[in-house]
Design a protein around this ligand. Structure first.
Ligand code: SF4
Ligand code: SF4
Length: 327
């Protein structure tokens, strides 16, 4: 089985488990490093972003102890899988990949962000993270405008695209509406709806659009150096053909550009392994599972044979379509 198919299967199964696991009595805790949204009633676990905001919003000694415990579980999960949580498990990632798949089938081109633009947009995810970290402090200590503060409970969740897109997929379209209870609610839910619309359209025209702005992905990237799954490059074998860059949904240039660097797991990398799958050079790229002080295990590596097989399959499929059209 090729790695793309395996990733689709895991994404699909994770999506259904995380979205509907409650029907089977499954609950995996409230420290998941992925968008298992608290607004989906049938979810099988809850996103760590919710815990983070709730606990800051309470700001008591007990809540801090609970936070430390959940942070420990969260960290263990991230250390084991790194940002593979984004590339292989996240339900919002699955929706984005599905939209990208539809785009490809419709033969619509996609937009690519330049490196300069990517750097310019970095502030967005930091702003989302600051909202998640600092507005709950106001909820805990509502010295000014306490009426507004109370409605800013879990502020990032209120504007997260997952709040609208995931319940919609779980058969709960009533979430797609403005909350008219207070002026703050109107403001936050309008922002949330706007971000959801932008994410939906953005993911159709740009691969993994939301992942470039996701504050949870930002937190996951801080574990990059200590997480066990690594993307590695053999600089001697790499011919700098740029195929890895062209196939990368996160458009990471550094994989082919970097020189003399073995570990090429950059902070934006979701470990989808599309670059490894498409790299034509035998062993130039590989994914490795590496626990400190123990020799690493190669999970998957680039191979010329796989590269050729893939091209042959693609061209025979194209020829088939052409001959069908002729007939
Ligand atoms: S696809 Fe492989 S050979 Fe080509 S630039 Fe990337 S790592 Fe190097
Ligand atoms: S660098 Fe490779 S593994 Fe990382 S996101 Fe890009 S294609 Fe996927």
């Amino acid at each position: 089985m090729n790695i793309s198919r395996l990733r689709w299967i895991i994404l699909f199964v994770s999506f259904f488990l995380l979205m509907f696991g409650a029907y089977a009595g499954l609950y995996l805790g409230s420290f998941l490093p992925t968008f298992s949204c608290c607004y989906v009633n049938t979810r099988a676990g809850t996103c760590f972003m919710l815990t983070l905001q709730q606990i800051i919003g309470e700001f008591t000694l007990d809540s801090m102890l609970v936070f430390l415990e959940r942070l420990l579980y969260f960290s263990i999960l991230v250390i084991i899988l790194g940002r593979a949580w984004c590339g292989w498990i996240c339900p919002l990632g699955f929706i984005q990949d599905l939209l990208d798949y539809i785009r490809q089938k419709l033969r619509v081109g996609y937009v690519r962000f330049s490196e300069k633009l990517k750097r310019r947009l970095l502030w967005i995810k930091w702003t989302f993270l600051s909202i998640a970290l600092f507005l709950p402090v106001w909820v805990a200590f509502p010295v000014i405008c306490p009426g507004a503060a109370i409605n800013l409970y879990i502020p990032f969740c209120q504007m997260c695209p997952g709040k609208y897109l995931l319940p919609l997929c779980s058969g709960n379209p009533d979430r797609i509406s403005v909350n008219y209870e207070t002026a703050t609610n109107v403001f936050m839910s309008t922002l949330g709806l706007a971000f959801s619309g932008i994410t939906f359209i953005g993911s159709f025209v740009k691969r993994r659009f939301w992942c470039s702005f996701c504050p949870l992905g930002l937190i996951l990237s801080w574990y990059r150096k200590i997480s066990f799954i690594k993307l590695k490059k053999d600089d001697v074998k790499c011919t700098r053909c740029e195929i890895c860059y062209n196939t990368c949904p996160m458009e990471i240039e550094e994989v082919y550009k970097s020189r003399g660097r073995e570990d090429v797991t950059f902070s934006e990398c979701t470990l989808c392994l599309k670059c490894v799958e498409n790299c034509p050079e035998e062993g130039a790229l590989k994914a490795e599972f590496k626990i400190p002080f123990v020799p690493g295990i190669t999970l998957y590596k680039s191979s010329f044979k796989k590269f050729i097989n893939k091209r042959v399959k693609k061209s025979s499929a194209t020829n088939e379509v052409h001959s069908q059209l002729k007939n």
